[in-house]
Design a protein. Structure first.
Length: 102
């Protein structure tokens, strides 16, 4: 009986982990929304929405702001890279990743 209970406990733990990883993103529905916001979203609006970026990388004509968020007790790390033009500070490109166990 002990082995059977151990197997059940492991399966329940894996199910709970899968459920917590599948929860809502810390950034909201990012990928669906950002495709519509290219050329519209400003850097100031992004900072209002997600807070100060973790880091920024300057470029000659554009810069990239990077946000890192953790959810599910730090199990899932979400990364959001937004590239803005230097002149108007309007979104030109984005990339979002969400990876567990990093």
């Amino acid at each position: 009986m002990g082995f059977r209970h151990a197997i059940i406990a492991v399966l329940l733990g894996l199910a709970l982990l899968a459920a917590s990883c599948g929860g809502m993103s810390s950034f909201g529905a990012v990928e669906n929304n950002l495709s519509q916001e290219v050329g519209v979203l400003t850097y100031a609006e992004a900072v209002d929405r997600w807070g100060k970026p973790t880091s920024t990388s300057p470029g000659e004509s554009m810069f990239t702001a990077y946000w890192l968020k953790e959810r599910s007790g730090g199990i899932v790390k979400e990364r959001l890279y937004l590239t803005f033009d230097n002149e108007k500070k309007v979104l030109r490109a984005y990339r979002y990743t969400s990876k567990p166990f990093e």
